[in-house]
Design a protein around this ligand. Structure first.
Ligand code: 3PG
Length: 206
């Protein structure tokens, strides 16, 4: 099964303290969101991925903000089960293809999506979704590029997520709203679980 079909929402997590990783992942899984993207933006990221991969087997943990081949190596070393990038360079794509785990290279235009499709890639992150044209842009791409599917990320909220999820070329959406820094700092995992449970219903509930 494709990464895009495992859950309607992929929480995008910026983690400052690796000690929060396991309870955070457990809360997201309990809420119904097993796919978790840990961004490689903080020194704690690799350790967080390592801990989740080791201690929360129900989670599918991957690395986000992957920008270089070295990032791919670091993510795989930590045990990342998938890779997500904000944009795509030739060397990054080569490293992602060779990684042996699912990957979502970032695109923001028709030309970028076509360039990846030429390389055989059919699943991509659309970033920054709202700023790059949002639901209207993605809907327009579904005509000429019906075989390409996206995970839009960047500016997705509980208010607009359902519109994205209703598109034929969107498998899931990504967003940081489920794991705000204030809840992580407070250790409010019950609230995170509740946010995850609400998000897990987005595709089906009216
Ligand atoms: C990111 O890489 O920061 C993601 O796209 C999350 O964006 P968001 O904070 O707008 O959800």
């Amino acid at each position: 099964m494709s990464l895009l079909d495992l859950a309607p929402v992929v929480p995008v997590v910026v983690i400052e303290d690796a000690g929060t990783a396991v309870p955070l992942a457990r809360a997201l899984v309990a809420g119904g969101l097993p796919v978790i993207e840990i961004t490689l933006r903080t020194p704690a990221a690799a350790d967080a991925i390592r801990r989740i991969a080791a201690e929360v087997p129900e989670a599918v943990v991957g690395a986000g903000t992957v920008r270089t081949p070295d990032d791919v190596t670091a993510a795989l070393g930590a045990g990342a089960g998938f890779l997500v990038s904000p944009g795509t360079t030739p060397s990054l794509l080569t490293a992602m293809v060779a990684a042996g785990v699912p990957y979502l290279p970032g695109v923001a235009t028709a030309t970028e999506a076509m360039t990846l499709a030429e390389q055989g890639v059919r699943e991509m992150k659309f970033f920054p979704a709202e700023a790059a044209g949002g639901v209207g842009y993605l809907k327009a791409l579904s005509g000429p590029l019906p075989d390409v599917r996206f995970c839009p990320t960047g500016g997705i909220t509980p208010a607009n997520a359902r519109s994205y999820l209703s598109l034929s070329n969107v498998g899931c959406v990504g967003g940081s709203w489920l794991t705000p820094a204030v809840l992580l700092a407070a250790g409010d995992y019950a609230r995170i679980e509740k946010l995850a449970a609400e998000a897990a219903c987005l595709r089906t509930s009216p």
